[in-house]
Design a protein around this ligand. Structure first.
Ligand code: SAM
Length: 334
């Protein structure tokens, strides 16, 4: 019997109270409120696959600004606003969740899988995830006195701490207070994005950060700093691979390109597509998000495709802040 159904009849499992009618979990008052997992261990087909409850995921995806856990970072190209459309491309069940372009991990935090291989080429980013996983209490303590004003921003930016957890807390602080959540370093590897004059005092929601920590502490979840090709070396049949590379179209100036092309070349884009095709051939369900551009779509023969449209806040000029068109492509694996 699926776990959620079972919980409806028992109501109390592992300190979590399950609301009998909806089957949604509530925590007791002395613990933080938390979203229920909507991927449920499945025992009837594959021993360790999880079943996707698409309706429940859709409901959470639609209120992605308040759901817990949700991304604790602002990140260029975050898929948070597109989650409802990505949910439609999910398989009915999957084994290991693989996300080699982690960024702020919007889809990971929505799915909260028990087994996941998460990675990104940005070591500062991965270290922030590791710190939240390993010592969320200390991250919150370091964040607490940091106010989002210009003076504090430049003081933190110019005097980065050596300690692993404090450095990660500073990364989160700078991410939330810099211009548009952009991440950029100079030739010495120092973060050099200017102050962003945030409209809110809010750096971190403690309950959310704790929920993120819990999701990352699942015993089957790994975090690595790596290039996407290394991260996809051991894909197995039934895995779910989510590829969300930086967008590069080569010639269509859609506002993403100027800063991305240096970081992620067209050759990288072709390699990412090769990895996607190989993963699908290995029997994984593959989902890709990318620019809605013919040259990009041509890299994914045999994939289903649906266009996605949203407003871009990343471009610096008002005229370039027009709508940028993206696409979701998926393949059920063969
Ligand atoms: C579009 S963002 C991913 C956004 C993420 N899906 C989210 O919801 O926040 C692309 C990510 O790819 C990472 N990246 C760029 N080049 C990479 C490479 N060669 N290998 C692995 N990750 C890379 C960047 O650091 C960035 O975090």
């Amino acid at each position: 019997m699926p776990r959620r159904q079972k919980m409806r009849s028992t109501c109390l499992q592992g300190g979590v109270y399950y609301e009998p009618r909806s089957g949604r979990p509530f925590r007791f008052l002395d613990t933080e409120p938390e979203q229920g997992a909507h991927v449920t261990p499945k025992t009837d087909i594959t021993e360790r696959a999880v079943e996707v409850d698409r309706d429940a995921l859709m409901e959470v995806a639609r209120r992605s600004l308040s759901a817990k856990p949700r991304s604790f970072l602002r990140w260029a190209g975050s898929k948070r606003a597109l989650l409802p459309q990505i949910v439609e491309a999910l398989p009915a069940n999957f084994g290991v969740y693989r996300e080699p372009f982690l960024g702020s991990g919007a889809l990971f935090f929505l799915l909260r899988p028990e087994r996941a291989a998460l990675s990104d080429a940005c070591s500062d980013l991965v270290q922030a995830f590791e710190a939240v996983r390993d010592d969320v209490g200390a991250v919150l303590r370091y964040l607490e006195p940091l106010k989002p004003d210009k003076e504090t921003f430049y003081s933190v930016r110019g005097n980065r701490s050596r300690g692993r957890i404090r450095h990660a807390a500073e990364f989160i602080y700078l991410n939330k207070t810099c211009w548009n959540g952009l991440y950029r370093v100079n030739s010495d590897g120092e973060f050099n994005v200017p102050y962003g004059a945030p409209k809110t005092e809010f750096i971190a929601d403690p309950a959310n950060l704790r929920a993120c920590s819990k999701a990352l502490r699942a015993p089957g979840v790994s975090l690595n700093t790596s290039h996407f090709t290394d991260a996809l070396a051991d894909v197995s049949p039934g895995d779910l691979v989510f590829l969300d590379p930086p967008y590069v179209t080569g010639h269509n100036n859609n506002g993403f390109i100027d800063y991305n092309e240096k970081l992620f070349s067209w050759a990288d884009q072709e390699r990412a597509a090769e990895c996607a095709i190989k993963a699908a051939q290995a029997g994984a369900h593959v989902i890709v998000t990318n620019a809605f551009h013919q040259a990009v779509l041509d890299l994914y023969p045999g994939f289903e495709m649906r266009p996605l449209v949203r407003h871009s806040t990343l471009a610096s000029s008002a005229s370039a802040r027009r709508e940028v068109t993206e696409a979701v492509l998926w393949h059920p694996g063969s």
